[in-house]
Design a protein around this ligand. Sequence first.
Ligand code: URA
Length: 242
Amino acid sequence: MEIQELLYRQGFGTRRVCAGLVQQGYVSVEGVTLTDAAAEVDAREGLPFMVRGEAWAYHAKAYLMLHKPAGIECSQRPSAWPSVYTLLPAPLRQRPAKGGTDGVQAIGRLDQDTTGLLLLSDDGAFIHRMSSPKRHVPKVYEVQGVHDFTPDQMRRLCDGVVLDDDPRPVRAAAAERVDERHLRLTLTEGKYHQVKRMVAAVGNRVAGLHRSRIGGLALPADLAPGQWRWLDEGALALLRPA
Ligand code: URA
């Protein structure tokens, strides 16, 4: 692949801008500075390159996890809070749209005040697989209640509660009381405000919500709020059905 095309696909700007970056000597591949924008490079997964002194690696498709902090919206066009996309570096925000996606996008949404594990990708098939209601990918939420969680509330969350937009009951796949006001809830659907509405339906209220796991992938303890990282093969394997 020509280096200008590689940079374009990785989100470094228009093809013209990418050609300019190379011609001005801002780009090196595996330690070698290139000045010919049409120079062929081996676009293999993980190929190291630098742009303006910053290290990158080539990824044909982007698979990312992010520790969403509170006070951030998952929307591309947020209404009241900064967008989660502002937490990504410009090349990840600017990767060109392809294969039916609008570039890198969040897979499902967390509320503005919810923290925790969020996946992002520009692979339409992966986004569909991870968000399809048919696949029932389990998601684990750490729920802080305003009141103590009672045995009756726990039972009703697992037996199923009816929410206002659907007569069919929704049930938690698992509910574990970590302590009086801390519930670990596993859901396999993704309805709007589902945890908050389920908890309200059994007579409690959510004081704090954090997503700690999606499928087999737990939010890494060393990924601070606001930080993101690439999903490596090991992490992606944890997201595939067993
Ligand atoms: N359920 C909610 O109520 N809010 C979230 O952010 C996620 C799940």
